[in-house]
Design a binder for this molecule. Structure first.
Ligand code: 5GP
Length: 209
């Protein structure tokens, strides 16, 4: 039987560099991971492609997905809906892939409620100043949106200690290795290997006979 993959939620302040981190992780260890593509009602940023960064939906379409129970979770973030499509995630986990969800905190907590084995990982820049610098430097958002996102960061900081792991993103390469290492270690947890333990226990007991 194929071992089920591990579901990992990666959250972090807007501007923490989660997107780049996920991209690098997939480039390096693409066979192991599957990155879930969310649905959203926000407009595409320049360079974003429907089906790659997000499935861009109208509010009406999004609400239909909610009504038809097609999402594992969804949340409102700075005036827009964001949600995780269920089928893709469930199929990839069954295939043995480690599935990554890059989602915000409300969604993360909902996923954990629904799937208690989920690993919650929070990515943060080294300092608040650096966060502001990155968010402004990206040049993709208006001043108003930047302010709203910084305010949201303050709210999100309240929940950081609900996460299992904290990763400081000051160097991309080492951050990728740290993330990969954490997920590898999760595979080795005794609690995730009950079947193996049961089997080998039975086998060694035979030696006593
Ligand atoms: P952005 O607009 O910068 O792409 O994303 C804004 C926030 O929404 C980020 O914190 C991102 O992680 C989060 N997000 C993206 N997709 C989902 C999703 O499917 N569900 C939830 N709850 N949050 C999401």
């Amino acid at each position: 039987m194929k071992e089920e993959g591990i579901l990992t939620v990666v959250s972090g302040f807007s501007g923490a560099g989660k997107g780049t981190l996920m991209k690098k992780l997939l480039e390096k260890y693409g066979n192991t991971y599957a990155l879930s593509v969310s649905a959203t009602t926000r407009a595409p940023r320049e360079g974003e492609v429907h089906g790659r960064e997000y499935f861009f939906r109208t509010t009406e379409e999004f609400e239909k997905m909610i009504a038809q129970d097609e999402l594992i979770e969804y949340a409102k973030y700075v005036n827009h809906y964001y949600g995780t499509p269920k089928d893709y995630v469930m199929n990839q986990l069954a295939e043995g892939k480690d599935v990554l969800l890059e989602i915000e905190i409300q969604g993360a907590l909902k996923v954990r409620e629904r799937f208690p084995d989920t690993v919650l990982l929070f990515v943060t820049p080294p300092s608040a100043q650096e966060l502001k610098r990155r968010l402004t430097g990206r040049g993709t958002e208006t001043e108003e949106v930047i302010q709203a996102r910084l305010a949201r960061a303050a709210e999100e900081a309240e929940y950081m200690d609900r996460y299992d792991y904290l990763v400081v993103n000051d160097d991309l390469e080492s951050c990728v290795e740290e993330l990969h290492g954490i997920i590898r270690a999760e595979h080795a947890r005794a609690a995730r290997n009950r079947e193996f333990i049961h089997q080998i226990k039975k086998e060694v007991e035979e030696f006593q006979k």
